[in-house]
Design a protein around this ligand. Sequence first.
Ligand SMILES: C[S@@+](CC[C@H](N)C(=O)[O-])C[C@H]1O[C@@H](n2cnc3c(N)ncnc32)[C@H](O)[C@@H]1O
Length: 249
Amino acid sequence: MKQNIYDNAVFFENYKALRENPINYNELMEQPQMKSMLPDLKGKRVLDIGCGMGDLSMYCVENGASSVTAIDPSSNMLQEAQTRNAHSAIEYVQTSIEDAVFAKERYDIAVSSLVMHYVANYDKVIHSIHSALKDDGVLLFSSEHPIVTARKAGKTWIEDEEGKKLHFAVDDYQEEGRREAAWFVDAVVYYHRSFSTLCNGLLQNGFSLIDVNEPIPDDHAIAQLPRIAHELRRPSFIILKAKKTAHLY
Ligand SMILES: C[S@@+](CC[C@H](N)C(=O)[O-])C[C@H]1O[C@@H](n2cnc3c(N)ncnc32)[C@H](O)[C@@H]1O
């Protein structure tokens, strides 16, 4: 079983604390935008890739999905999911998306919130999701934005002597691949891909792109968490919505 940073005790405790306080980037910005882009869930079979603690899986069931297959490689995350978001219509499965084996054309909708930047082989994963979706099935995923993942020396703002943010550092944009940055612990691994690679991975694997969103915070979010206003200067996330429109041979 492929392991990941979410099974590191220090990382996990910090991440859990971050998500337990609803004043965070996910709840104020990324999740509302993702949910607003979901297709009608009524009676649909959903695949939740990298379900984490299962909140989005539960949202899908509460909004009419007939079943959710929720996959994640992390024991810690799945343990939380079983505790917080157990439901007879949700099946939690411990696997990475790379190792998962799906029945062909089983799902109407595949969702994935902030997981794709942990995936090393994006093209292969998109191909496998395509095969698991029915015709006209929808894939909706969010990822860290290429502007943020680009720089090899890490994600950072350039600041003046007083700590005022002058601009965000973008570099190494066309050099795709593995990156490391400190987040709760040292050297968390993720992968940088350009915007064109994200789109072409879909277009070349039988999907049509139907929506692209670079979430921005609304006034409510800024009032709750003033520093989220920096998202107006550079986006942290990108959300892509695509439909399976072609068969691959
Ligand atoms: C930022 S969390 C997001 C969790 C959940 N989707 C949410 O929005 O609350 C990223 C999740 O991706 C999972 N993950 C990392 N690599 C993965 C992979 N290769 N396949 C599937 N899930 C993965 C992690 O275990 C973690 O639960």
